[in-house]
Design a binder for this molecule. Sequence first.
Ligand code: ATR
Length: 270
Amino acid sequence: TERYAVFGNPISHSKSPKIHAMFAKETAQSITYEAILAPVDEFEASFKDFVVANGRGANVTVPFKEQAFALCDELSEQAKLAGAVNTLSVLANGKIRGDNTDGLGIVADLQRNLGSLQGLDVLLVGAGGAARGCILPLLNAGIAKLTIVNRTQVKAETLANLFAPFGNVDVLPIEHSGQSYDLIINSTSSSLTGDVPNISTNSITPQTVCYDMMYGKQPTAFNLWATAQGARQTIDGLGMLVGQAAESFNIWRKVKPNVEPVLTQLRAEL
Ligand code: ATR
């Protein structure tokens, strides 16, 4: 039996232990997976203790993804560009490898819902860590163009400059997002407070799909607004959560679990 965990602060409401337990059962892998509350200023010590106690890998959530990035001996390309690590692995030689599966998680969930993303014109709302992590996976999935808008525009410009070498990336003032898009992704935390970023209503047509990285028992504030504007379909971030977990499980166990039954069960328990 090999030991895994998720580190965060707070951590008690994390769904990761349940998700990974379901994955382990489904794929007949003998693992344990626990939630560990690390003190805000002692993440590294807490993770090192876990490694000494035979920990083989860990997920990392708020507020430790940048600290996890800093402690790694090696990093995947995706983690380097995301500037954050959500998946730590202890290698056979004892070195710590960092990866970031959040972006692969949303792309997998988008493909599961929509099929190929090839050629899509995409609007990304927000320019924080969640936005940064999904840009390279979206470009690699073949989207035609990514336009980034953010309440604080200069942060969108910084991200666009960082990812310009990898594809067609543009920035607009948020209130000028007035052309239509195939797909709009809300990476901001605005739905937590019931707010909606002030993107133009013209960005949504009857062909537009809207994706909110947030999720809840009820539709999120952003998805309610998108539906009211006539969006073709709205999707919330529960599938992204399960998708990133599946990618982490695959990194550690070299087997890709089926996300559908896990997603169905989590949805029923919201
Ligand atoms: P995360 O890692 O979840 O992305 P973050 O790095 O703090 O968190 O970024 C939060 C993002 O949500 C930012 O793009 C923020 O906009 P600003 O850069 O202008 O702060 C955005 N955001 C948060 N609350 C918002 C709101 N009520 N309306 C619009 N944007 C909001």
